[in-house]
Design a protein around this ligand. Structure first.
Ligand code: 5GP
Length: 110
């Protein structure tokens, strides 16, 4: 069965898509925790970092993040987060990178 994010990628579920290329699709998080909170998702459906093949669409996540951060005007700084597994807070089993910005971000994270 297609993941929630694959359904968004295939336009079966609406989302505010801000970027896409041959490898990734990015859209605004439905429950943002920062003024800019975008999810960058490889088109290829992989459950998470622990299940990654050596190569694939996930290799394009960082380049997409850089382009989106530039487009969102996040020159002051931003954070990229991937939650792997339940203990780290992963709730959607389709690999995704959070792009967070637009406010000061505390360190260490919770
Ligand atoms: P995780 O907790 O797995 O790292 O991140 C999943 C993220 O997906 C959460 O921040 C959550 O708010 C977001 N999310 C869950 N369902 C939807 C949805 O239907 N649409 C959008 N745009 N974001 C979603």
């Amino acid at each position: 069965m297609a993941s929630l994010f694959t359904k968004i990628i295939q336009r079966e579920i609406p989302a505010d898509i801000v970027y896409e290329d041959d490898h990734v699709v990015a859209f605004r998080d439905i429950a943002p925790v920062a003024p800019v909170h975008i999810l960058i998702v490889p088109r290829e459906e992989v459950t998470g970092v622990a299940a990654l093949p050596d190569s694939g669409d996930h290799q394009h996540l960082l380049n997409a993040a850089r382009k989106i951060a530039e487009a969102e005007g996040l020159g002051d700084g931003y954070r990229l987060v991937i939650n792997q597994g339940e203990a780290a807070g992963q709730t959607v089993p389709h690999l995704h990178m959070h792009l967070l910005g637009g406010r000061d971000l505390a360190w260490p994270p919770g």
